[in-house]
Design a protein around this ligand. Sequence first.
Ligand SMILES: Cc1ncc(COP(=O)(O)O)c(C=O)c1O
Length: 378
Amino acid sequence: MIPFAKPIIDHEELEAVEKVLKSGMLAEGKVSRAFEEEFQKYLGTKYATVTSNGTTALSTALEAMNIQPGDEVITTPFTFIASANTISMIGAIPIFVDVDPDTYNIDPEQIREAITEKTTAIMPVHIFGMPCDMKHIMDIAEDEDLMVIEDACQAHGGTIDGHKVGTFGDVSAFSFYATKNMMTGEGGMIATNNEEILEKALMIKNHGRGKGGGYSHFRIGYNNRMMDLVAALGRVQLSRLPENTRARRVKAIKYNEFFEEVDGIETQREPNGFESSYHVYAPRVTSHDKDRDEIIENLREMDVGSRTVYALPCHKQGTYLNINEWRWAEFVNYPDYKSIKLPISEEIGRTHFDIPVHPLVSDEDMHKILNALENILT
Ligand SMILES: Cc1ncc(COP(=O)(O)O)c(C=O)c1O
């Protein structure tokens, strides 16, 4: 079976980890500082700070932005549930608006319509690596005096007009989960140009300690730190990210050409000037004789790893259908998520399937996958 995702672990990763182990300094320290420096340089932000994972990068950043219980944060329902949950964790309210069928990303015009006096922020999620329409979103944020946190957990290396995602909003969050385009098993990063957000995030992720460290504490914080052991992996993975992003894009472009000729299947489309990092390649069935589940089953029978991810968008998940059981429900008025209909997200959830696009898919594998697709779909 050609795996759907496969992390690249080479001798460089092994050596980097061994070096940290031998140093005896395993927790967050010098190696993490070096990783942050390299990451912010790669991205083009002034600051970056490591976290234990993408979820804690988002939740730490939201707290550092001063998002308060009862605040509304507008986001997409077509995402991994962590995006929405980090908003809910701090007592704020995720307001879901629908997505654009071409990009699968939040529709900026629907953001505008959803703004109320309780809205304080927007969380666009660059889904599957496809950049959101950040120019449009930042214009709305400026008009309405809102903050923007980019969930770039799937989008390391995605660009708009050559500018990397994660550099447009007030702050951004990345994940280095094991299947991500660069991975450390678990791990995350916050990036920002805003010194105040950075300073707050540094305290929040480290028990409210001040700059000097030690045992003086100035606010409630958590342990959302990364281990140097993990940062060592991150540095090696980051060094290969540009090359691996190119490798993903070459495969995605081949798939795009193939699907161009197939009736009844649509792919995620890159607007002009946008480059996806293709964390996931996810076509959707619009009017084909075969349905999504049949296609996935057929692909698996032909040894091609295929699956679907967010069959249920966030507003259809038990978490939000039962939100009144969440501890904040006593203090905060949630919308009636049960009555919310977001037809495009629901449709993409029902109809998309994912095929292998990672750098370890060889030319021979590509040939096999394209043959299998041809057999199944044409
Ligand atoms: C869009 C999105 N947001 C947030 C997260 C959370 O990241 P992590 O799994 O590292 O906590 C993920 C990770 O899978 C994600 O894909």
